[in-house]
Design a protein around this ligand. Sequence first.
Ligand SMILES: [Zn+2]
Length: 319
Amino acid sequence: MKYYLGIDFGGTNIVAGVVDETYRIIAKHRNRTRREESFETIVADIAETAYAAVSDAGMTIRDMESVGLGAPGSISPQTNKLLYNNNLNWYNVPLPDEMASHFPVPVLIRNDADCAALGEALAGAANGYDHVLTLTLGTGVGGGIIVGKKIFSGCDRMGGEIGHTKLIFGGARCTCGQLGCLEAYASATALIRQTIEAMEEHPESLLSEQCGGDPAAVDAQTAFDAARRGDRTAQEVVDRFITYLAAGISSLVAVIRPQIVVIGGGISNEREYLLTPLNQKLKELTYSAAQAGVPPVVCAALGNDAGIVGAAMLGRTQI
Ligand SMILES: [Zn+2]
């Protein structure tokens, strides 16, 4: 049996796991990301978390084939530096070299959303498929494109930015500064904004009651919950949100033609309330649907473990 170390590193937590070649997590260790510390100290924390996971598994680092790290942002293959990480205020930091200095085995680093997509593609909801599109609906719209069981990230690894494909020309302002990105319409943040707008326009709707009349209490579940109670305004919010999402996915399907589409993030907890209308809408909107069919949309299965499994498997799939 071969073993791989995978690390999911974010602005809040560092989670490391020892993963075997059947994608099973043998041991897991978690530490808080000490954002106030220096770059070198945080990387040392990542290494410490990794060594603790290996020790929890009753192994040594030399038993690992490789160390994989999923990190926010992207590493330039030209400079071998992490271009930026807004959460940590890192700009052009030598993350690969600093990481490699802590380990006697190969270290691979990829974007965290790409790692999560790879994890779902290999061991989660898209297990068994070679070509997979993953969208994570959260603060933004993240995700990853897996082609032939490998991460596709384009030239300089700057591609695969699913959330910043254009949905509405000249539309709502996106966090990236552009107008009308998919992220500005189909993220959890966007759904919350759409729910608040509908609530203000229709104070009589159940949306107000659902959040105790407090717009600040609206979350990505509010509209779905009120719609389930039969509220028309809420149903319209949900329908419109799903149409935005389906339109965005249909464009991506036309370009990538994945075999399956995986939706992650909190909204995927709505399960059939999301999937049934989304799959239906996708049939209406996708190019050549009648002739070529439409890939099914499913919910992510691994939760937070997707990032660990995907990072671990970088050493197996990306080399
Ligand atoms: Zn954008």
